[in-house]
Design a protein around this ligand. Structure first.
Ligand code: SF4
Ligand code: SF4
Ligand code: SF4
Ligand code: SF4
Length: 588
């Protein structure tokens, strides 16, 4: 009764979690403004996509991904043999245990006529599969805690490892306890050897103590050969059809041997029963927790691999691409391969923000996609991670789950830009990564962050009107001059003698027939305004945000003024000015 109720409760929680998770793939998105983001559109696009795939040549790619990437895990083998052994052990050990042992009533009994958990080959196989899982868990713990892998073990990882360890250890202890248990032996005899005489039962018990490791207080070895022979005869009639020698349980039998000196005590204290509860409760907790934990990747990773095998950013339905990204966020196994190859990983030694690492960005990104109310600090650490990314594509190339991380970073940058404070590096209309994908964004979308930051800056910088024919020296911002002058980057600006070489060398200035009209101030004017302390015209100047960071002005300057560095410093100061305003003042 307890078993059935617990099983059904955990099953109900599992199904509820599964529905919640799968529906989240259609409910959430990194791009809520997109027309294709509506749940109904995405469900029908997914069904249509699956149907078309099943009846097209793409099905061959699905089969290939199924065998090579999912069943054989070839992507992981390419990366590391140790990780491949770990994954194969965990995946196959766990799957086979689930099918053969946990679902024995549904699978093993109908499939094998003579199935019995205590009969070979099943007795041996159960230990083998259990050993595989333990090897997988052991390698995982070794990699996380002893090898210097770039892995950040979070609460979810710990819970998953803990549940798996409890399930496996309690399973082996339970089997070991049962091997030695006289109570278990007695109930077997009462069920299957009812016709045996007292003498035969004594012989059988002696035989089981000698050969099966049963702990008995009634009979003690060494036994006479005749008694053992008689016991063997009774065993062959009553027990052999269900019991192979327990030595085949090559892990549980040694466990039973270790427990043997205390076997009678443990049996009388009901330890095997307690272990039975622990084992099944841990299994049920694991089942119920699965959709809410990192272990959910057991379901999402194969789906991500299959989806990526047939989907293409250019050809696939945008609604399906959106759904695929949500599946990918769930599919991450937190293996750390992407981080081990990340071009900006080196910065983690300096910047104590783990969100600059690809493997650590996915969890906050999922929370972000789900519209959770992340505080500003969390958004900014995610932003920092997204913007420091150098678009090197290494993470996407090595991810064993085939997650298109590059595409996720791109979408996420746009989404964060729309919701958070714009980042200085992205505000130039020629900003590197946005310019690379310009044709994929509508003109309005492309310009929105830039125009919103300019509007916000105009609100903050309203003391000096650029149209003033004569700048009032009383309005000079001496604090600005001090801040800029004190910085390592900006210290050299005061050597400028306004020769205009920097503006002549600037490719942005050259682009416009009337630069002052388009850009406000040109580079030499910005430097001059900085010297005189007129910060507001600089902050409002389009030049500041149109600068490509090409360093041509700096290289051309005859006075060694670090023009580009000064511009970067001023951009950061503008961001600080915005950041320190009340939220209502921030750009929408
Ligand atoms: S994104 Fe891929 S490579 Fe990175 S931690 Fe997740 S599964 Fe591993
Ligand atoms: S694309 Fe970005 S996140 Fe990925 S490896 Fe390169 S720098 Fe790291
Ligand atoms: S090139 Fe150098 S000295 Fe000439 S205006 Fe520009 S910053 Fe000043
Ligand atoms: S770095 Fe200098 S030359 Fe290059 S775009 Fe910016 S202001 Fe112009």
């Amino acid at each position: 009764m307890f078993f059935t109720v617990s099983l059904y409760i955990s099953l109900v929680i599992f199904v509820f979690g599964l529905v919640l998770k799968v529906s989240s793939w259609f409910r959430f998105t990194l791009d809520p403004e997109d027309e294709a983001s509506k749940a109904g559109t995405r469900v029908s696009a997914a069904l249509k996509g699956i149907f078309l795939t099943l009846f097209s040549r793409k099905i061959l790619r699905v089969v290939k991904a199924l065998f090579c990437d999912i069943l054989f895990q070839s992507r992981i083998l390419r990366e590391s043999l140790l990780r491949w052994v770990m994954h194969m052990c965990l995946f196959w050990g766990f799957l086979l245990l689930l099918l053969m042992h946990a679902l024995e009533k549904t699978i093993s009994y109908p499939l094998f006529k003579d199935y019995s958990a205590t009969l070979n080959p099943f007795l041996f196989l159960r230990n083998l599969f259990g050993l595989m899982v333990m090897i997988g868990v052991g390698i995982s713990i070794y990699r996380r805690f002893f090898l210097k892998m770039p892995l950040f073990t979070n609460r979810m990882d710990r819970y998953a490892l803990l549940i798996l360890t409890v399930v496996m250890l309690s399973g082996f202890l339970l089997e070991g306890g049962k091997i030695g248990s006289h109570t278990a032996y007695q109930s077997m005899v009462e069920e299957y050897a009812v016709t045996a005489s007292k003498e035969e039962l004594k012989a059988l018990e002696s035989y089981w103590v000698e050969e099966f490791g049963t702990v008995s207080s009634a009979v003690k070895g060494p036994f006479e050969k005749e008694i053992l022979a008689q016991g063997k005869e009774v065993h062959e009639v009553a027990c052999i059809s269900c019991h192979s020698k327990p030595q085949w349980a090559f892990i549980s039998y040694p466990v039973a041997a270790v427990m043997r000196p205390l076997g009678g005590l443990l049996d009388r204290a009901g330890i095997p029963v307690i272990l039975w509860y622990v084992h099944f409760l841990a299994c049920f907790v694991g089942l119920a927790y699965l959709p809410f934990s990192r272990m959910f990747h057991l379901i999402a990773s194969p789906l991500s691999l299959l989806a990526n095998a047939v989907m293409d950013a250019k050809e696939s339905d945008p609604a399906n691409l959106m759904t695929k990204q949500l599946i990918e966020l769930d599919a991450c196994t937190h293996c750390g391969t992407c981080t081990s190859r990340c071009a900006v990983r080196i910065w983690q030694e300096e910047i104590l923000n783990t969100k600059i690492l690809p493997s650590e960005k996915l969890a906050p990104l999922m929370a972000f996609a789900q519209g959770k109310n992340l505080d500003e600090e969390k958004i900014r650490s995610l932003q920092e991670g997204l913007y420091l990314c150098s678009n090197c594509y290494r993470c996407t190339g090595v991810c064993p789950v085939g997650i298109n991380l590059q595409e996720l970073w791109f979408k996420a940058r746009e989404a964060v830009l729309a919701r958070g404070i714009p980042e200085v590096l992205l505000l130039s209309p020629l900003s590197f990564y946005r310019a690379l994908r310009r044709e994929e964004l509508a003109q309005e979308t492309y310009e929105k962050p830039l125009s919103s930051i300019r509007r916000a800056l105009e609100e903050v910088c309203n003391r000096v009107d650029l149209q003033d024919s004569v700048l009032d020296i009383q309005k000079a911002d001496l604090g600005f001059r001090k801040d800029l002058g004190l910085s390592d980057w900006g210290e050299s600006y005061s050597f400028c003698f306004t020769c205009t070489t920097c503006s002549v060398a600037c490719p942005v200035v050259q682009r416009y027939p009337n630069p002052p009209e388009a850009l406000g101030l040109t580079p030499h004017q910005i430097i001059h305004a900085a010297i005189t302390g007129f910060s507001d015209p600089i902050f409002k100047s389009n030049m500041l945000w149109s600068c490509l960071g090409c360093y041509q002005c700096q290289e051309a300057c005859p006075q060694g003024v670090r023009v580009t560095d000064v511009l970067y410093k001023i951009k950061n100061m503008a961001m600080e000015r915005l950041k320190n305003k009340k939220p209502a003042d921030k750009p929408s």
